[in-house]
Design a protein around this ligand. Structure first.
Ligand SMILES: Cc1cc2nc3c(=O)[nH]c(=O)nc-3n(C[C@H](O)[C@H](O)[C@H](O)COP(=O)(O)OP(=O)(O)OC[C@H]3O[C@@H](n4cnc5c(N)ncnc54)[C@H](O)[C@@H]3O)c2cc1C
Length: 324
């Protein structure tokens, strides 16, 4: 089994991890950037719509274009990228950290470092998190997973689609599903106002006559093998009004009901979590409660704009460098 040693190890090669690694390298420290996927970029790789980079680059880029800028800068540095490699544990070795990694190419690899930057991103809330009653048929996906199926795997998750949640991911997926020839029957939102950006309401729903039901929720899912319909119920004075319920026949339900920091590894490392954000508790240097372990990007708290995740990650990289 191989053991590699660096000044700093960055876990997660999305926008945040890449910015932290760039900063560590700029400060003169050796760094390794570890990601379980085959290539760097994280969630950006599946976001083929524009809307990235206005603050950082002053340009309206797609997700892959934004990732490409950082990947280009990384190739000019000595940062070692370990892709296809999952970190499963972080141990303390007399002040130093040791990461246990499983690499598709090399099997178990140990990585030792003086500091660690957590940049593992976030995960989507799913049906279990929001407890919709009904049967358990196929055809219920989180919106980000459906985005990956369409934009990366080239697969169509279904034909007649209902979307729960009007956050930006739900809105972007409404338009995407329409563009690939699906019928998007409705976007259902529990709040009396949309959660996503106004530009996305206009460009993703209004431009394609996709109905948005505000103050409504999905109270039931039906179907034996594949989902066949959902029951939609309006809210009256904050409570479900079943007298107004209606059934929408569909074969696909996309859930866009929030993101949670990917905190399994953070917990395993023993860092205290912040009950407000779901990410690790950090001080003003972005250092967790474990000395030498820093956090940034969506693993710390969910960011709407990638530019802010990159900016925060640069600060985490600088803080890790100062710590050494
Ligand atoms: C669908 C969608 C649309 C968006 N649209 C916009 C937009 O229009 N404009 C905008 O500015 N922002 C947008 N954002 C927000 C922005 O893209 C994200 O906030 C930002 O890219 C997050 O970067 P990150 O590095 O924190 O996380 P991620 O990109 O998720 O990167 C985390 C990385 O960590 C890796 N990882 C996790 N655990 C491990 C482990 N144990 N071992 C190894 N690797 C691991 C993952 O494989 C992943 O590559 C959007 C986000 C989403 C999800």
């Amino acid at each position: 089994m191989k053991t590699l040693a660096f000044d700093s190890a960055v876990i997660g090669g999305g926008a945040a991890g890449m910015a932290a690694a760039l900063k560590l390298s700029e400060e003169g420290f050796s760094a390794v950037l570890i990601d379980r996927e085959a290539c760097l970029g994280g969630i950006l790789n599946q976001c083929i719509h524009p809307g990235f980079g206005m603050h950082r680059f002053g340009e309206d880029l797609t997700g892959p274009e934004y990732a490409g800028r950082d990947i280009g800068m990384l190739t000019e540095t000595k940062v070692k990228a370990l892709t296809g490699t999952t970190v499963t544990d972080i141990r303390d070795l007399a002040g130093e950290k040791e990461l246990v990694c499983y690499s598709a190419a090399e099997g178990v690899v140990f990585v030792r470092a003086r500091t660690v930057v957590l940049a593992m991103g976030c995960r989507e809330r799913n049906r279990g998190n929001i407890r919709i009653s009904g049967t358990r048929p196929a055809g219920v996906f989180t919106a980000g997973f459906a985005q990956r199926l369409v934009n990366i795997e080239g697969l169509v998750p279904g034909r007649n689609v209902v979307i729960l949640g009007s956050g930006d991911i739900g809105l972007i997926m409404a338009r995407r599903m329409h563009w690939i020839g699906c019928r998007v029957l409705a976007v259902i939102e529990i709040q009396p106002y949309p959660s996503g950006l106004t530009r996305n309401i206009v460009q993703c729903l209004n431009d394609y006559d996709i109905p948005l039901y505000l103050s409504h929720l999905i109270t039931g899912i039906s179907g034996k093998n594949r989902i066949e319909s959902v029951t939609v119920t309006p809210l009256k004075e904050g409570l479900p009004d079943e007298s107004g319920s209606f059934v929408l026949p569909c074969d696909t339900l996309l859930l866009s009901v929030g993101l949670i920091p990917e905190n399994e590894l953070t917990k395993k490392a023993g860092a205290v979590l912040d009950s407000g954000t779901g990410g690790p508790l950090v001080d003003s240097r972005l250092m967790t409660t474990i000395p030498g372990i820093f956090a940034c990007g969506n693993v710390l708290h969910v960011h709407d704009l990638v530019d802010y995740a990159s900016d925060e990650a640069g600060r985490a990289g600088t803080a890790a460098a100062r710590y050494m």
